[in-house]
Design a protein around this ligand. Structure first.
Ligand SMILES: [Zn+2]
Ligand SMILES: [Zn+2]
Length: 95
């Protein structure tokens, strides 16, 4: 299935399950070679992101996403939707 091949599949740093909606939670810089990126599934992402990090991920996504950057989108795209939920959950964790 061609759709599957295009779908980014990553292992979640929290529950170790593979997720088709990976959220980039951290980028680790390394002295030698390229850095490595840590991904989490939408359910675990709030555990690995501060509300600020979740907000800037949402902000960055919105800037680059045609659907989410509309003045008043009827529906954010699935990624935008997930990031909104992660941000909300991260806020709730510190409340
Ligand atoms: Zn997970
Ligand atoms: Zn979007």
């Amino acid at each position: 299935m061609p759709e599957l091949a295009r779908t980014p599949v990553r292992m979640c740093v929290g529950c170790k399950a593979t997720t088709t909606s990976p959220i980039l939670v951290r980028h680790i810089e390394q002295q030698s070679g390229p850095g490595c990126s840590i991904y989490a599934c939408p359910a675990c992402a709030p555990d690995y992101m501060s509300p600020n990090e979740a907000f800037s991920a949402l902000f960055d996504h919105t800037l680059g996403c045609e659907q989410c950057s509309l003045p008043s989108p009827a529906e954010p795209c699935p990624t935008g939707h997930t990031l909104v939920r992660v941000h909300t959950a991260a806020l709730r964790r510190i409340a």
